[in-house]
Design a protein around this ligand. Structure first.
Ligand code: ZN
Length: 305
């Protein structure tokens, strides 16, 4: 049998990702709520008027476009986040299908990426990362390593612990455990250091658990690179945020024709911009090393040695 054309395979992964993304929206909405389970009620409802969505109102992406972003019953504007989560998840699944090579590996990567989407969206909303995702990932990673040792084919510890040339089950398990320890440990250390230096809690425990889970899937070296990448992206976004609040403050001063020293504007901008969730940026870092660890590792090697 001839293999399917690559474009078709990647397109199919994207289409699956779109459908899964639609389910992720339900998870993101219901996970933090104590009285709603992810699977019950089975039918989706409008969060505003409780109108039960029909099959035609529930097609990923297309329904949102046809309904022009509003609930059919109450005209409530459906947040842009819903189609965005579906689209992002579709792209991530297409990337996992196209880059991860083997089917079982692509599937693990796709599920982990979806977990990161859920963690990021809930963190944006509520400044917390659900334990179902982070602790769930910490338990899932060693199980996946045992089932699919190829998950840690690029992990140094896993290769060293394996018999022969490749990576065996025990080696992959060791790679996952080392990744969990280094991922969680490094962020705990950064948090402890931040507390010593700046005398305030800089790091949430949710971030620690998320990077531990990410390390379990990507390996210890990849976890450190993910932390570095995530911190870089978060710094850029934080600086942009600071600038935005500073400009807002100056615009208000000009509009009122009052005088406010530049230093005061800067201080209030710092307070306004302080609360930035770290989970989404950490998630981007984990996603990058998960999909492109081979290339990232080569780059780090070239730069460092
Ligand atoms: Zn409605």
């Amino acid at each position: 049998m001839e293999p399917l054309p690559r474009e078709l395979v990647i397109g199919a992964w994207g289409a699956f990702g779109l459908v899964v993304g639609s389910f992720l929206n339900v998870v993101i909405h219901r996970l933090p709520l104590a009285d709603e389970s992810v699977l019950r009620p089975l039918r989706s409802r409008c969060p505003n008027c409780r109108h039960e969505l029909g099959a035609l109102e529930n097609i990923p992406l297309l329904s949102w476009l046809f309904l022009r972003g509003r609930c059919r019953a109450c005209r409530w504007p459906i947040p842009l986040r819903y189609p965005l989560v579906e689209l992002i998840n579709a792209v991530l699944w297409a990337l996992a299908g196209g880059l991860s090579g083997r089917l079982e590996l692509a599937l693990i990567h796709a599920v982990v990426l979806s977990g990161l989407v859920v963690a990021s969206a809930v963190d944006f909303d509520r400044f917390e990362i659900p334990d179902e995702v982070s602790i769930g990932g910490i338990f899932l990673a060693p199980a996946c390593a045992l089932l699919v040792p190829a998950l840690h084919l690029e992990t140094w510890v896993a290769r060293r612990m394996s018999e022969g040339g490749g990576v065996d089950r025990l080696g992959a398990l060791m790679g996952a455990i080392a990744g969990i320890a280094v991922g969680g440990g490094s962020l705990l250390f950064v948090g402890w250091l931040g507390k010593k230096l700046f005398r305030r809690d800089a790091m949430g425990l949710g971030d620690v658990k998320l990077l531990a889970a990410g390390g379990g899937f990507a390996g210890p070296g990849a976890a450190l690179v993910a932390l570095f990448l995530g911190s870089m992206i978060a710094s850029v976004v934080g600086a942009a945020n600071l600038l935005r609040f500073f400009c807002l403050s100056r615009a208000r001063v000009r509009a009122r024709r009052s005088v406010k020293p530049l230093g005061r504007s800067l201080a209030s901008a710092r307070i306004a911009g302080r609360y930035l969730p770290f989970g989404p940026y950490l998630g981007i870092g984990i996603g990058i090393v998960l999909l492109a660890w081979k290339d990232v590792a080569r780059l780090v090697n070239e730069l460092a040695f």
